[in-house]
Design a protein around this ligand. Structure first.
Ligand code: URA
Length: 261
């Protein structure tokens, strides 16, 4: 009991300290108890519920979100609390794509709501003058990849998605892109960049320029531009990467303003 109290106090102290830095992650103790229903909750409702100020998604996005909420194409569908479909404007000109949901996202059913998400919001606002409701935010995989799905409340339980999980989930992202018709995708980190550009190089080698999305979603001559940049989690670990990220975001801003890149 004493040890639990000491742990909770430590969590709270860390939380308050992070709040000071404006990058708070709620203490684990504050999260609702995880129950894993035999049939996962109607997760499509969760992103909408978390998302009341957002423009209503078009019907095909609703249908797709429903499909994702029931998906069992890979093992992640059995361990998740909520599928994390995506959030933002269905008419966004730019879609930010991360790797996959973590602990906070799994609980809330919304992408990028933990510390990385708070930093992403800050970047959107300070560099681009945008809110998360002006853009669209999604992930390569829609369910939380856990090292040990049997201990879902454990710290440090996140892992990158496997190639099988990525290929099972990949069609959902292309469907989202088809519905949104963005001018540009920003890939956040190596995993999203490798998957969407089909390259096998690290993010520091690939970033700094734009690419054409290799999947022709709207026919030849209508490519979506791809701007790869660092994952916000990498910036939290290594603030020296912020300068390059700012450059990438300035490239995006100029593209959104001028249509040229
Ligand atoms: N990291 C990601 O890649 N995606 C999220 O939604 C949260 C953290």
């Amino acid at each position: 009991m004493k040890r639990e109290l000491a742990g909770a106090a430590r969590d709270l102290a860390a939380y308050l300290k992070a709040q000071d830095e404006n990058l708070a992650e709620p203490p684990r103790g504050a999260a609702p108890a995880r129950t894993r229903p035999p049939v996962p909750v109607a997760a499509a409702a969760a992103p909408e519920a978390a998302n009341t100020q957002m423009t209503k998604p078009p019907a095909d996005m609703d249908a797709l979100a429903q499909q994702v909420s029931k998906c069992r194409k890979c093992g992640l569908g059995h361990a998740r609390l909520n599928a994390v479909f995506g959030v933002g404007s269905p008419k966004a000109r730019v879609v930010f794509v991360g790797e996959g949901p973590g602990f906070q996202e799994d609980h809330k059913g919304e992408p990028f709501v933990g510390r990385s998400g708070q930093l992403l919001d800050k970047i959107l606002e300070t560099v681009l003058g945008l809110k998360r409701s002006d853009v669209y935010i999604a992930n390569i995989v829609k369910c939380h990849p856990m090292k040990n799905p049997e201990t879902p409340e454990a710290h440090g339980n996140d892992r990158p998605p496997t190639p099988e999980e990525i290929s099972a989930c990949r069609p959902y992202l292309d469907e989202q892109l088809r519905a949104i018709r963005p001018a540009c995708i920003v890939t956040l980190g190596s995993v999203a960049t490798k998957v969407l550009l089909g390259v096998d190089k690290g993010i520091s080698t690939v970033r700094g320029r734009s690419y054409d999305y290799p999947v022709e979603l709207f026919g030849p001559g209508h490519p979506i531009k791809v701007i790869p940049t660092y994952h916000p989690a990498a910036l939290l670990r290594n603030p020296n990467l912020k300068r390059d990220t700012w450059e990438d975001m300035k490239m995006l801003k100029s593209f959104l303003e001028t249509g040229k890149i």
